[in-house]
Design a protein around this ligand. Sequence first.
Ligand code: NAP
Length: 235
Amino acid sequence: MNIADKTVLITGANRGIGQALVSEALRRGAKRVYAGTRSALGNADKRVTPLTLDVTSVSQIQRASDEVDTLDVLINNAGVSLYDDLSNSDVIEQHLAVNLFGGFNVTRAFLPQLRRSKGAIVNNLSLVALAPLPVIPAYSISKAAAFSMTQSLRAHLAGQGVTVHAVFLGPIDTDMNRGFEIPKASPESAAQGIFDGLEKGEEDIFPDLASQAMAEGWRTGVVKALERQFAAFVQ
Ligand SMILES: NC(=O)c1ccc[n+]([C@@H]2O[C@H](COP(=O)([O-])OP(=O)(O)OC[C@H]3O[C@@H](n4cnc5c(N)ncnc54)[C@H](OP(=O)(O)O)[C@@H]3O)[C@@H](O)[C@H]2O)c1
């Protein structure tokens, strides 16, 4: 899939990786970029259409879907991350509301457009979907659940021409991990890595240096082989 002349929708588009994805989509010649945000967004580029889109709001998701006639690429990027220690189940629910059900409900609402275009769904996950980071266990649970959803959607939509991509981001320098002092990639380089992976047709995308170290082992590993074996039951 080439991004040039395509229509792309990005959630959480006002800062961090989402904002970088908007710029990168424009740089690659996207025809229209729908920028989903909770608060009003200004962008000088005429190809950007702002969409009010809190991914936990069923009515805002429906209204956004009604406003978009055609869509080639949906990027479920909006996310939250809070430190916790698994002492309070409310924190798990807070993460699931955005990181699992948010992306799930947005995806369902835009499926008619994506089926028509034979488009792509890109879910911004994390390396912690594969192994939990115990300083953020609730976040890790939500990303693991979102990965499982991604794998099942991939199997169910394969016969309808819609591809579903998991993005395993490593640490990226955004507000989300401000104060966590480890090496981080820039949001701009992560956005490039995500679109490079999508343009190459990779179903699992490892967009930054930290995540790329995992890529080969993941693609040839037993878990990936098991995913393919199980997926065959619905194809
Ligand atoms: N940064 C990292 O190291 C890292 C690593 C792995 C994965 N990721 C994933 O990459 C994605 C982007 O993260 P980031 O680093 O760019 O984070 P960020 O800078 O904290 O930005 C988060 C974005 O999500 C939006 N958002 C939060 N709740 C929302 C809701 N209910 N509805 C709509 N938008 C909502 C925020 O909007 P507001 O401004 O309105 O709050 C903001 O635009 C997330 O899914 C994150 O889990 C990030």
